[in-house]
Design a protein around this ligand. Structure first.
Ligand SMILES: *[C@@H]1O[C@H](CO)[C@@H](O)[C@H](O)[C@H]1NC(C)=O
Ligand SMILES: *[C@@H]1O[C@H](CO)[C@@H](O)[C@H](O)[C@H]1NC(C)=O
Length: 209
């Protein structure tokens, strides 16, 4: 009998240790690798790690795009680490736009909760899918594709986005071109845009080179 217990003991211990894998709250001081951040020690984890209140308040839309994206990615919400999802809040004032952008690491499920939002994406074979959404309607923006959201009508709009990664990434096309150190001559050569237009957008968005 004792023999059997001794044999079973390591197995029982390994089963109880398995609960460690239920979650891996990010230790944001550690390196962010392809599989996420290292885990915070489970003894230090509290309910607070699984709650994020940062999307409760409106984002500040007093800016050049009259819109705000407030992320709840793993860097803001460490409890998401390794779980393959995250969220964001979009506030779009009258005339606001979230310019063409991609999330290299995730598909996006857009959920409109206030006002109306025109959303669309462009496929790799250059087909465009666009729809104006009302409160309660959902739109799926497939991973990696260029897409946009803009307010429809005069009313303020609010939408939430759910992403299929805890680190979806965000690259805004106009910022990549005109807020970076991509040289004006290379931009002109690689986009066929007019040099004057390139200069103008660079001065508005703060690009150099
Ligand atoms: C919103 O941002 C603008 C421009 O940066 C700033 O002047 C204003 O104080 C901000 N408003 C709030 C409520 O933080
Ligand atoms: C742009 O800036 C980065 C650093 O921010 C630098 O590593 C890179 O070489 C620069 N590129 C050009 C083309 O100047």
């Amino acid at each position: 009998m004792l023999h059997i217990l001794l044999l079973l003991l390591p197995l029982l211990l390994s089963i109880s240790n398995a609960s460690v894998n239920d979650f891996c709250v990010a230790d944001l001081n550690g390196p962010d690798g392809p599989s996420g951040y290292p885990c915070k020690p489970p003894t230090k984890v509290t309910t607070h790690d699984f709650v994020y209140a940062g999307l409760a308040a409106s984002g500040n839309t007093t800016n050049i795009i009259n819109a705000a994206v407030t992320p709840a990615f793993v860097a803001q919400f460490p409890g998401l680490n390794g779980l393959g999802l995250s969220a964001a809040r979009l506030d779009i004032a009258s005339g606001g736009v979230i310019p063409l952008h991609t999330h290299p690491g995730a598909s996006e499920l857009l959920i409109v909760t206030q006002g109306r939002v025109t959303a669309g994406f462009i496929t790799s074979d250059n087909s465009v899918y666009v729809k104006t959404l009302s409160k309660g309607e959902l739109f799926i923006l497939p991973q990696g594709l260029l897409h946009f959201q803009l307010g429809y009508g005069k009313r303020k709009a609010v939408a939430y986005a759910v992403f299929s990664s805890s680190s979806p990434g965000l690259q805004i096309l106009d910022f990549a071109l005109f807020a970076s150190n991509f040289s004006s001559s290379l931009i002109t050569q690689t986009t066929f845009l007019d040099p004057e237009q390139v200069k103008k957008l660079k001065s508005v968005l703060g690009g150099s080179g």
